[in-house]
Every structure is written in structure tokens, then in C-alpha cells.
Design a protein around this ligand. Structure first.
Ligand code: NAP
Length: 499
């Protein structure tokens, strides 16, 4: 057992207690949490990371064409602004490098234990006992920063096992498989499938896209930043802040506004998507690419060149349903065999798992699975769950995801969690957990707010929970930041361990 710190002792000139903290995951959220812990002078923490390097989703997803659809200068930490972004929207290698360099520069990297997957965290005898595949840690606080989209979902297609070619999920891209001159099938037309097909269409690859449901596509260009702008950002760092804030207002405001179908912002995006679809000249192809639902009901795909890509002669759009997979390809419901050498499943992720399948056992032996069994994932203000003392989430249930930048959201949550850790250091309490009644009231408010949003206008998306209600933040990203900017102590149950 690795004991991280001495609970209850005093430390340093301020006589503050030294908390021990386990952070789960070294992706963008875990690095944010690590940076905040370092900033507060807390050294007794580890970040447990199942992978071999930093980056989370930006390490796991390496498929061709992967570009973040949130602008670069908004998709960065406020405490680590990068003047070197090469394009308006950052590419995967750039983001991975940025996270890696930031963690290094802020001294977070030495706190990371790579290759350690958390299997269980149990609250017992006033401590969290966190077991990984390699070791056991004891801590006062656990922060789950395990990411939102990191459990790949492979479509359970009949006969999948019989496929004799290369088969992988988009988040497990096998770069050893040659693609040039070969027939590649892609299942799925979400942001991932669209990016893969667009990238492969420009290569000597014969691409077949299996589309179950067409998606709306908004065409935002991705111009390079250029040496002059990068020089200006390097020389005048305040400019980077101006960029950050401007993009936050523009994109945050736009995407928050478009969730209400009666508003002008929605009407604009709606018209924009429809006009973009009209750039597909062939009426038959256009009909196949016309979604049955409304723009923004699913997470809008942002891509400037997808429609151009599907019109290339080496790209085939198949809209017949998949009947089965056979050893040399896919047979569609019309009986046609589509021969393939490589099959890519761009079929998304399990958005509702959060830190699970790790077993999280709270006070009194109640597991997170049990706490969420009926309702689905629910939390107090995205960050904590009743019955799980000193356990916090970065990117927990109902965190603003949509088309927002998750970086600012993670920062706001990490800062909020630090507020509780700082209070613990003063000895004000030993254990803090949100009150059930307050958590219920907050979730009822969300349930009310998602009614009438575009997300419930009739589509099947990963946004929806098992009760059919969207598990999304229904307000602006700055409302979320405001909500977490102050700690409402009366909304928590605070207890001491001793008499
Ligand atoms: P997704 O949006 O969930 O899309 C999954 C696709 O797979 C859908 O087209 C779905 O069809 C299809 N599919 C699922 N099961 C199927 C089955 N059994 N048979 C046939 N088709 C099936 O997943 P994603 O594209 O990986 O994107 C997930 C999220 O990741 C995005 O919404 C976004 O938040 C994020 N992302 C962001 C970026 C970026 O920043 N650029 C890039 C990639 C991903 P139906 O629509 O019919 O269900």
C-alpha cells in the first residue's frame, strides 16, 4: 500500500493540514487538476493513468484527419496559453504535444503513475483506498478525471468476428495496417466517421461509408494562423487572452443559443446547414445525405470538406442497412456484398460510463453503480455525488460538453474542487459530500431546462440517457463557471472524524 500523506497532521508555516489526493486519469482534465494542486503547493498527490502517456482522448484517438472542432485559442488552459497553434482548429498531434509540454512545464508529469488502471476506490475508515492494476493508494480525496468519451462502442454487427481483414475501432487506429490501394469500410457518420472519410478520400484509398443516419454538417474553414500572428501572440501574450475571450463569447454564445429551436441563432445555424447541404449537386446523393432530424439535435458535425469528399469517385456512400459482416466485407440488406480489406468502426463511445467500470464504493458500502442505477449518472452541480465523501469529478454528469471547449470547463471544476481541499486543509471538516435534497433539486432543474431544447426534437444521439432525457448542460458555459465560482457550504454535509 502506498500511503500518500499523513492525514490530520499539520504541516508548514501556515499550520495547514497536508491532504493526500488521488487523481484518476492524465488527460486534459487530470492535467488541469494536477496543475491546480501544484499551484496550491500540494505535493502529496498522484495521477493514476492506465495509458503509457499523457493526453487521454487525444492520445487514444489518432485516426487520419483528426482535428478538434473547437478553436485552438479557446481549447487551451488559461494558465498555459500557447502562441504556437498552427491553425484555427488544432490537430490531434498538436493538442497531445501541448498537454504533454504543459504537464512537464508545470511539474505535473512526475506525479503521474503510468500503466496503472484504477479498478476500485473504496471509502473505508475515513480514507479512500484506491486499488490499481499494480498498487494500492490511500488518500483523503479522490478526483475522477477519467474523461467523457473514452469507452469505445463497437456496433454489434452480426458476423463481425468472421471478418478476415483488419478491423479496429476509430479510437484504436492500427497504424501498422497499410491503406494505400486498399478498400476501407467506415461504419458511422458522426464527427469521427466524417473526419476519417474526408481524410482518406484524398488518398489512394477506396472508401465505403456505411451510413445509418445522415448527420447535419456545418462547414467551418480551418485556415492556418501564419507566422505573423504567431509572432504577435508570442510577443504580446495578452493578445492570446483577447483571442480566448473572443472565441469563448462567439462560440459559447452561438452553441448555447442554438439549443433553443425558436431562437434566431438556431435559425441561422439551421439555414447554414441546409445551404451547405445544397452544395451537393447530385440530387440523389443529396437526398441520401439529408438527415431525418433537425440540425443540432445530435452534436453538429463541423467539417469544411465532407460533402466534397463524398462526391469523389473513390468514395461510396452506402445507405442500405447492414445485414451482416462476412469474411471479405459487409453484406447490406439488399443482398449486395461490399468487399473490404479494412473495416473501421467509427461507432462512438459510451458517454454514460464515466469512471466506471472501476468500482467506486462510497460511505456505507454503496457503489456508484447502485447510486446511479435508477436515475442514470447524476451529480451535484457536475462535481460530486451524495454518499461519496471527498470524491469529486472533473467532467462529471451534465458537464457542458456539446460544442463547447471542455478545457475551460475542466479548469472551473478543478478550481472548485481545490476550494474544498483548501477548506479541508484548515481543519474545518474531514469529510464533505453534497446534500441529497440539494442534488435532487438541481437535477430537477436540469430536467426542466432540457425540455423544449433541440436535443429532444426527435433523434437518437449519445446525448440521451436511459430515460430519454439529454444528459447535457442546458445553459451557457459561463453559467456553469459562475455556478462553481463560489462554494455553497450549506449545500454540503460536513463532518469530522473524531469526537
Ligand atoms: P457518434 O457521434 O456517437 O457517432 C456514431 C456513429 O456510428 C453514428 O453515425 C451512428 O449512427 C453509427 N452507428 C452506431 N452504431 C451503429 C450500428 N450498429 N450500425 C450502423 N451505424 C452505427 O460517435 P463519434 O463520431 O465518434 O463522435 C462522438 C463524439 O466525439 C462527438 O459527438 C464529439 O463530441 C466527439 N468528437 C469530436 C471530434 C472533434 O472535436 N473534431 C472528433 C470526433 C469526435 P446513428 O446516427 O444512426 O446512431
Amino acid at each position: 500500500m502506498t500511503t500518500l500523506a499523513s492525514n490530520g497532521t499539520t504541516k508548514g508555516k501556515d499550520s495547514l493540514r497536508a491532504p493526500s489526493v488521488v487523481v484518476i486519469g492524465a488527460g486534459m482534465s487530470g492535467v488541469a487538476m494536477g496543475a491546480k494542486l501544484k499551484e496550491a503547493g500540494i505535493e502529496d498527490f498522484v495521477i493514476l493513468e492506465k495509458g503509457r502517456s499523457i493526453g487521454g482522448t487525444w492520445r487514444e484517438n489518432t485516426y487520419p484527419g483528426l482535428t478538434c472542432d473547437v478553436p485552438s485559442h479557446w481549447y487551451q488552459y488559461t494558465f498555459a496559453k500557447n502562441p504556437e497553434w498552427s491553425h484555427l482548429f488544432p490537430t490531434q498531434p498538436e493538442i497531445e504535444r501541448y498537454l504533454d509540454e504543459t504537464a512537464d512545464r508545470l511539474g505535473v508529469t512526475p506525479r503521474i503513475r503510468f500503466g496503472e488502471e484504477v479498478v476500485e476506490a473504496v471509502f473505508e475508515d475515513g480514507k479512500w483506498r484506491v486499488a490499481t492494476t499494480k498498487d494500492v493508494y490511500s488518500a483523503d480525496f479522490v478526483v475522477s478525471a477519467s474523461g467523457v468519451l473514452h469507452h469505445p462502442k463497437t456496433a454489434p454487427l452480426p458476423g463481425l468476428d468472421s471478418f478476415q481483414g483488419a478491423l479496429f475501432h476509430s479510437a484504436r487506429w492500427d497504424h501498422s495496417v497499410p491503406l494505400e490501394g486498399r478498400r476501407v469500410g467506415v461504419v458511422g457518420t458522426g464527427s469521427t466517421g466524417v473526419q476519417i472519410v474526408s481524410a482518406l478520400s484524398k488518398r489512394n484509398v477506396d472508401v465505403t461509408l456505411f451510413q445509418r443516419t445522415a448527420q447535419w454538417v456545418a462547414p467551418l474553414p480551418n485556415p492556418p494562423t501564419g507566422p505573423v500572428l504567431r509572432w504577435a501572440l508570442r510577443t504580446f501574450p495578452a493578445l492570446n487572452t483577447v483571442f480566448y475571450r473572443t472565441l469563448r463569447v462567439l462560440f459559447g454564445g452561438l452553441f448555447q443559443g442554438v439549443i433553443h429551436p425558436e431562437g434566431i441563432r438556431y435559425k441561422l445555424v439551421n439555414a447554414f446547414c441546409h445551404l451547405h447541404l445544397r452544395t451537393v449537386r447530385d440530387k440523389g446523393l443529396r437526398a441520401k445525405l439529408t438527415p431525418p432530424d433537425k440540425p443540432m439535435c445530435k452534436r453538429t458535425v463541423i467539417h469544411p470538406a465532407f460533402y466534397r469528399a463524398v462526391q469523389r469517385p473513390n468514395v461510396h456512400l452506402v445507405t442500405e442497412g447492414i445485414d451482416r459482416v462476412v469474411d471479405n466485407g459487409i453484406v447490406t440488406k439488399d443482398g449486395q456484398l461490399h468487399e473490404l480489406d479494412v473495416l473501421v468502426m467509427a461507432t462512438g463511445f459510451d458517454f454514460h460510463a464515466f469512471v466506471r467500470p472501476a468500482k467506486i464504493v462510497g460511505d456505507g458500502g454503496r457503489t456508484l453503480d447502485e447510486a446511479w442505477a435508477e436515475s442514470g449518472p447524476r451529480a451535484y452541480r457536475t462535481v460530486a455525488v451524495p454518499g461519496f465523501p471527498n470524491f469529486f469529478f472533473v467532467m462529471g454528469p451534465h458537464s457542458p460538453v456539446g460544442n463547447f471547449s471542455l478545457v475551460g470547463i475542466a479548469e472551473a471544476q478543478a478550481k472548485y474542487i481545490m476550494g474544498w481541499i483548501d477548506r479541508w486543509r484548515t481543519g474545518q471538516f474531514d469529510f464533505a459530500e453534497p446534500r441529497q435534497d440539494v442534488t435532487d433539486a438541481y437535477n430537477a432543474e436540469i430536467k426542466e431546462a432540457v425540455k423544449g431544447t433541440i436535443w429532444v426534437s426527435g433523434c437518437n444521439s449519445w446525448y440521451l440517457g436511459k430515460d430519454g432525457a439529454p444528459e447535457l448542460w442546458p445553459w451557457s458555459p459561463w453559467k456553469h463557471e459562475r455556478m462553481l465560482s463560489k462554494i455553497a457550504e450549506d449545500e454540503f454535509a460536513l463532518t469530522k472524524s473524531g469526537p
